[in-house]
Design a protein around this ligand. Sequence first.
Ligand SMILES: Nc1ncnc2c1ncn2[C@@H]1O[C@H](COP(=O)(O)OP(=O)(O)O)[C@@H](O)[C@H]1O
Ligand SMILES: [Mg+2]
Length: 312
Amino acid sequence: MKAGNNGNTSPPVIKAVGLSKRFGETEVVRDIAFGVLPGQCVGLLGPNGAGKTTTIRMILGQSPLTSGELMVFGRCVPEHASWVRRRTGVVPQHDDLDPDFTLAENLRVYASYFDLAADSIETRIYELFEFVNLSDRAHSRVDQLSGGMRRRLTIARALVNDPELIVLDEPTTGLDPQARHMIWARLRDLKKAGKTLLLTTHYMEEAERLCDDLLIIDHGKIIAQGSPQDLIRQYVEPEVVELRNLDPALQRQLADGGQCRTEAVGDTLFFYTRDSGPLTQRLQNLPGLSFLHRPANLEDVFLNMTGRELRE
Ligand SMILES: Nc1ncnc2c1ncn2[C@@H]1O[C@H](COP(=O)(O)OP(=O)(O)O)[C@@H](O)[C@H]1O
Ligand SMILES: [Mg+2]
């Protein structure tokens, strides 16, 4: 297992060894091992159906393991799941807020599941509304909220018990860029406050900005692990040149990329290379052609490793 960031040698908050999950005949999590160190933000990336939510549900003790070993805060799960859940905040993939209640009532009901001093609950709830910019909506009903507000409320709810570990399953899926950036800022605040975060996301930009360590999962297996920069260094060429709207004859002519690995996707041709000089020179000599030259990013790694086939 990797030591993680900053030479952190503290015992892991989450440790999974040989973790597997089978539904009937289908093994959806297959012998995975990973660790999450205190204060780290670890991201699970993977196409739909990869096994991310199932892994999270096992960590939270909501779904029994088929085999393997799972320790959270040094205790075995699911045996110690209720102890673990008291120290953990959860943002589930699908909101399960009560639509008929106000925001404040939702948090109050949730707070009542924890052993919190009654006189501190109200203060805590209003601090959390401040934190997620929902103070002026505290007495609105949940069914009047936008998707971004609902997600922020779910994050506030996850923090009611002041958890050490926060697990977020696709916290920003379907949100507009403003809402997403706001949530990123709050997650960075939580990291600065020393919280440990485990999140899943389909947004590579989110993973790149927030996560210290990433696990790319496909068909229930970890197929790559490392920091965003490690993964980019390890699994793709550093430079990418993209050409769009090519006519098929020119696409065929250019697809023999010389020193470059090429990939044609629809009307776009991607060149992956360690030295784009000869290629860009060649392209500049072709009249009327415009191209995009950029550094490789995490999305290139992800598509390279999991393929471009649609997963529904
Ligand atoms: N309760 C269940 N019973 C049967 N199959 C399930 C159940 N939950 C998830 N699956 C299947 O397990 C696979 C992984 O699902 P999931 O963990 O939700 O993936 P992800 O969160 O990565 O999209 C999928 O093929 C899904 O259909
Ligand atoms: Mg999921």
